[in-house]
Design a binder for this molecule. Structure first.
Ligand code: NAD
Length: 466
């Protein structure tokens, strides 16, 4: 782990499992409360000097982190595949995206705003850092989701504690080596746990903000526990994104896009397509094409060349997805997949399910796995209501040849982002947020950058006017 510029082992350690084999391949150091206290003290101690540097200075160090990550990108990608399971090419995209994110944030600047300058009265709004930020990340994109937090937090003059998910800690620890070489001691500290640190971090009086990505259930706990110290929180939580296919498209072409949107990273993406609504007239063709694609998938160890779908990241998630499939078996028709692979590791092949009711758990809940329910509709108003009938409001897609009509439908989808005729167009310059119970606050873009700052108003007049 990284504390106050030193790489340290903890008082204990735990196993890290390769999901493609279900075997332990590494041990991870584990922090205790005393180490957390040291990390927070280090981050607090580093704050005055770090926040006093110019933004240009801090940006230069963020760029140095990006260069160092690029230099070791192959090593990062293969470690990511081993701990997370995703195919090596997808791991490479995550590392490339992480480098891009660091570089994009390094270009951003915030300047003071003059709100008034008349009659001898000057009112200036400055944006100042919040202090010590805790970044808590999940296991589906352990590297890029950390960069989404680390880059804006550091650029705006905060220091931080990063805590990865217990099943994917190793790439974060490796990134800690880069931080140790490049950043002043204490600016970034990294701790690992097996879910015990959450409450200690979120309740800590010297941590100003928690930037959290994870499930809605844990997000609620983060919010509750942060209340005691009126901490700032950014919550990027779960989703149940609908794809609405309009009736003017080529069903098979769009099915190919929807398949990618549902199955990339074995469906373990917050904004994966988690239910597809297809007009009755296109339904058979659409399902047929999905079945062809699912049957052609190469489900294997992500480290093997050619693998298109890796394992589910951990046993708990594997069991959850299999339970949803078993439940769906009794309610609808499984057209492809449906059975776990009979081999070590947590492999579920792409599974396509039709004829489900919207109340089926596979439709109503977040499956977070390579399973897509395909649902029919006949009336556009009705399907929009069905898409919006969710406690989640993260993303969604609309597919239509008439782009204006598709955009009009997108306007009526109650989520933070809706993509039209594309998917996963996430960009560090475009804010990303969940509405309803999918989140609070924004990540990325200028809005995401401002979330790491607070407004500080200086309102002055000359002494003789006072
Ligand atoms: P999770 O909520 O189980 O864990 C996320 C992190 O929270 C881990 O680091 C975990 O150790 C930590 N944690 C556990 N208990 C805690 C507590 N009481 N207080 C604070 N932190 C605690 O989520 P997961 O299973 O790792 O990730 C999958 C979920 O994340 C899915 O629901 C997915 O949709 C969501 N997700 C959302 C986004 C987004 O940007 N909206 C992105 C990726 C994943």
């Amino acid at each position: 782990m990284l504390i106050d510029g030193e790489l340290v082992t903890g008082p204990s350690s735990f196993d890290v499992i390769n999901p493609a084999t279900a075997e332990v391949f590494a041990r991870c150091p584990k922090a205790d409360e005393a180490l957390l206290e040291r990390a927070v003290a280090a981050a607090k101690g580093a704050l005055p000097a770090w926040s006093a540097r110019s933004m240009d200075d801090r940006a230069a160090l963020i760029l140095a982190l990006a260069d160092a990550l690029e230099e070791r990108s192959g090593e990062f990608a293969s470690l990511l595949t081993r701990e997370q399971g995703k195919p090596l090419d997808q791991a490479g995209y995550e590392i490339m995206g992480s480098i891009y994110t660091l570089r994009a944030f390094a270009q951003m600047r915030i300047a003071p705003r003059t709100l008034r300058n008349d009659n001898g009265n000057s009112v200036i709004e400055h944006r100042t850092p919040l202090g010590v930020i805790a970044a808590i990340t999940p296991w589906n994109f352990p590297v890029i989701l950390l960069m989404n937090k680390l880059a804006p937090a550091l650029l705006t003059g905060n220091t931080m504690i990063a805590k990865p998910a217990p099943t994917t800690p190793l790439t974060t620890l490796l990134f800690g080596e880069l931080c140790q070489q490049i950043l002043p001691a204490g600016v970034v500290n990294i701790l690992c746990d097996q879910n015990e640190m959450g409450a200690l971090i979120t309740g800590h009086p010297d941590i100003a903000k928690v930037a959290f990505t994870g499930s809605t259930a844990t997000g609620r706990k983060v919010m509750a526990s942060s209340a005691g110290t009126v901490k700032r929180v950014t919550l990027e939580l779960g989703g149940n994104d609908a794809a609405i296919v309009l009736d003017d498209v080529d069903a098979r072409r769009v099915a190919r896009k929807v398949y990618q949107g549902a199955m990339t990273n074995a469906g373990q993406i917050c904004v994966a397509i988690k239910r597809a609504y297809v007009p009755a007239a296109l339904y058979e063709d659409f399902c047929d094409e999905l079945v062809i694609l699912a049957n052609a998938a190469i489900v294997d160890d992500g480290a093997k060349q050619g693998t298109t779908i890796g394992p589910i990241q951990n046993k708990m998630q594997f069991d959850k997805v299999m339970a949803l499939i078993e439940d769906a078996r009794g309610r609808g028709t499984i057209l492809a997949g449906g059975d776990a692979l009979d081999r070590p590791g947590y492999f579920i092949p792409p599974t396509i399910v039709r004829d489900l009711d919207d109340s089926a758990p596979l439709v109503a809940e977040e499956q977070f796995g390579p399973v897509l329910p395909v649902l029919q509709y006949t009336d556009i108003d009705d399907v929009i209501a069905r898409a919006n009938n969710s406690e989640y409001g993260l993303g969604g897609t609309v597919w239509g040849k008439d782009v204006d009509r598709a955009m009009a439908v997108a306007m009526r989808i109650d989520t933070g982002t809706v993509w039209v005729n594309q998917h996963l167009a996430i960009d560090p310059n475009i804010p990303f947020r969940g509405v309803k119970q999918s989140g609070l606050g924004a990540e990325l873009g200028e809005a995401g950058l401002l979330e790491y700052t607070q407004a500080h108003i200086v309102n002055a007049v000359a002494l003789e006017d006072a």
